[in-house]
Design a protein around this ligand. Structure first.
Ligand code: S3P
Length: 167
């Protein structure tokens, strides 16, 4: 396999757990862009948003994603907003293959409820609406991924199987 496999989609759609399982199956390294950003900045994503703001976060995200997409083939899970950046999308088209993990919003809601305050883009007082608004504003762009993997369940093994079938 020559290209990095890039998993994109909403927060809470399971990109990280699917990515880890996929990496195990294909014997490749797994990297999560948010973890790399936290390593570089030495603070958590919510703290970056709080102290420096979203624009700063998006700049770091762009830089890190470029580096990760260009390196050796691997499984790369991107933060939910990264694919919205045109330059990142273009880089993925050139050097990667993208999969949109399209999970239903109820599942996303259940997962995000459990990870309260880890996602600064969300309004936890109005979580359902917040998820729906972000999804509606992004779905046309997520659709630009090379492949869409639709899933209603949490079964990461099934999702991994579907991804591998498309490779
Ligand atoms: C974001 C998603 C998060 C993280 C940041 C912004 C977004 O990543 O990058 O909080 O804009 O959708 P996950 O998709 O891994 O939660």
């Amino acid at each position: 396999m020559l290209k990095t496999i890039v998993l994109i989609g909403m927060m809470g759609s399971g990109k990280t757990s699917v990515g880890k399982e996929l990496a195990k199956n294909l014997n490749l390294n797994f990297i999560d862009s948010d973890q790399e950003i936290e390593k570089k900045c030495k603070i958590s994503i919510p703290s970056i948003f709080e102290k420096k703001g979203e624009d700063y976060f998006r700049k770091i995200e762009e830089k890190i994603c470029f580096k990760l997409i260009d390196g050796k083939p691997k499984i790369l899970s991107l933060g939910g907003g990264a694919f919205i950046n045109f330059k990142i999308r273009k880089e993925i088209k050139k050097n990667g293959v993208s999969f949109w993990i399209s999970t239903n919003l109820e599942n996303i809601y259940d997962r995000l409820l459990q990870s309260k305050n880890k996602r600064p883009m969300l309004d936890y007082n109005n979580l359902k609406k917040s998820i729906k608004d972000i999804y509606d504003s992004r779905k046309e762009i997520y659709k630009k991924a090379d492949y869409t993997i639709r899933t209603k369940s949490d079964n990461k093994k099934n999702i991994v199987k579907k991804i591998i079938e498309n490779l």
